[in-house]
Design a protein around this ligand. Structure first.
Ligand SMILES: *Cc1c(COP(=O)(O)O)cnc(C)c1O
Length: 471
């Protein structure tokens, strides 16, 4: 197995979990639809008994993602990113003898398990942690702005019963990069018996741009529905576990995968494996396009703010550079980026945030910043920020005037999408909280696809013309 993981990213993407079929020589593994497997004698079989417990296409996909998510030992696939979220949360309250986090002492004392989550979190994750987890009885969650809290605030927020620290990098939709290494340093300073695991939702970057398990995280969550499948035709999720993690996490999560039954279909695993073969090509192109769009829009007077951590002017630029994966740096070096200069900045993924700088917006792309996923958030300029209705109308006009960007939720597919988090992806978060996070009617989230970037820019500009037309 390990030899499959020893190649470089793009090679693993093609070959890992994609061995020729032993029976027919088919270069692409067939889709294995059988629900059950014939046994030679009682309990003697080829590793497959019933397709919920294990399936060849699912195994192949799990092997593939393990090879792509650097630092991981094992990947466990689910029927959606949300099912992976539910499993990771359930793990926190599963008893230790089942591979979970709840100790004999926790149970004896009737102590709930606590999840400390970043406050700007995927809408569905917030909904699960705030509303579903609570009703299961043994779980509680709280939400924190890690940068605002700082070192002492974070340490204080980690309680005796905190089992999981849940972060997204970047967050959605504000594209904040939390201080992962600071959080992992704080956790490492706690007594071994009460260290929570650190889970990073790596959906927005994909394993191509960043590998949180090499930065101090213990588990990576992916919505495969986004960049990894990449073609907007599969809903699937996965958890990848760090190599050498002392916890019995693998046992507990496999137990939950099998007993909760939220497994992906063989066909979806096949499609996701096929999609992932081109992840390095797609991710790089998404990033190059997004950087160019972000740099151009930062010069447009109709746009009040562009959030893209890869822009050299972003407060999160140093953190973005510091969390770039080995394979992304290798590709950038070949495209003319000065990777040594980037590495010189890369110490800074800890608590220190850079001030927002003005963006020059001119010159070669490698002077603008770095490609860092295809996700951009922009704030449309408003004459009166408190006039919710008027602002909503401008945003709606803009979004419905786009020709190439479809007005739709989701992200990470080859086609460009645009949406208004206020009413769409983040509508389930209470209004006061949305406003506190900066999610208001002026905010637009772009998922920049891999079309020709000149066409994309022309499309955005013509839609801005329409949205801001007088009368
Ligand atoms: C989409 C998404 C999820 C949920 O995944 P589904 O596959 O839609 O269930 C979780 N986290 C992030 C960051 C996402 O974008």
């Amino acid at each position: 197995m390990s030899t499959l993981h020893s190649d470089n990213f793009a090679t693993n993407a093609i070959h890992s979990g994609s061995a020729a079929d032993a029976n027919t020589g088919a270069v692409i593994p067939p889709i294995s639809l059988s629900t059950t497997y014939k046994q030679e004698s009682i309990g003697i079989h080829k590793g497959f008994e019933y397709s919920r417990s294990a399936n060849p296409n699912r195994n192949d996909f799990e092997t593939l993602l393990t090879s792509l998510e650097a630092g991981s030992e094992e990947t466990i696939a689910f029927s959606s990113g949300s099912a992976a979220t539910a499993a990771a949360a359930q793990w926190a309250s599963l008893s230790e003898d089942e591979g979970g986090a709840r100790t004999v002492e926790d149970i004896a004392q009737g102590r709930k398990s606590h999840i400390l989550s970043i406050n700007d979190v995927y809408g569905g994750t917030y909904r699960y942690l705030a509303r579903v987890a609570k009703s299961t009885g043994n779980l509680e969650a709280s939400f924190l702005d890690f940068d605002k809290a700082g070192k002492d605030g974070i340490r204080e927020a980690i309680k005796e019963n905190t089992k999981v620290i849940w972060i997204e990098s970047p967050t959605n939709p504000m594209l904040i990069l939390p201080p992962i290494t600071l959080i992992s340093d704080i956790v490492a300073s706690l007594p071994e018996t009460r260290r929570p695991i650190i889970l990073v939702d790596n959906t927005f970057l994909s394993p191509y741009f960043s590998n949180p398990l090499t930065l101090g995280a213990d588990v990576c969550l992916h919505s495969i529905s986004k960049y990894i499948n990449g073609h907007s035709d599969v809903i699937m999720g996965a958890l990848s576990i760090r190599r050498g993690l002392g916890y019995k996490l693998s046992q507990g999560l496999r137990f939950l995968q099998n007993s909760s039954g939220g497994i992906p279909s063989p066909f979806d695993c096949y499609l996701a494996s096929r999609g992932a073969k081109t992840l390095p090509l797609r991710a790089l192109k998404h990033g190059l396009n997004a950087l160019e769009v972000a740099a151009a829009l930062s010069q447009d007077s109709r746009i009040a703010k562009v959030s893209y951590p890869g822009l050299a002017s972003s407060p999160y630029y140093e953190r973005a550079v510091g969390s770039l994966s080995k394979q992304a740096k290798k590709d950038l070096a070949k495209l003319g980026w000065d990777v040594e200069a980037l590495d010189a900045k890369a110490g800074v993924i800890n608590g220190v945030l850079q001030p927002e700088r003005s963006h020059s917006g001119v010159g070669a792309l490698h002077k603008q910043g770095i490609p860092f996923s295809g996700m951009i958030s922009i704030r449309l300029r408003s004459h009166n920020p408190s006039d919710t209705e008027a602002n909503h109308a401008v945003t709606d006009k803009f979004l419905t005037s786009l020709r190439l960007f479809s007005l739709a939720e989701s992200l990470g597919g080859v086609e460009s999408l645009a949406e208004a988090p206020w009413k769409m992806t983040h509508g389930s978060i209470p209004e006061a909280q949305r406003l506190e996070l900066g999610i208001d009617p002026c905010l637009v989230r772009l998922s920049v696809g891999i079309e020709d970037v000149d066409d994309l820019l022309a499309d955005i500009r013509q839609a801005l013309e329409v949205a801001y037309a007088k009368g």
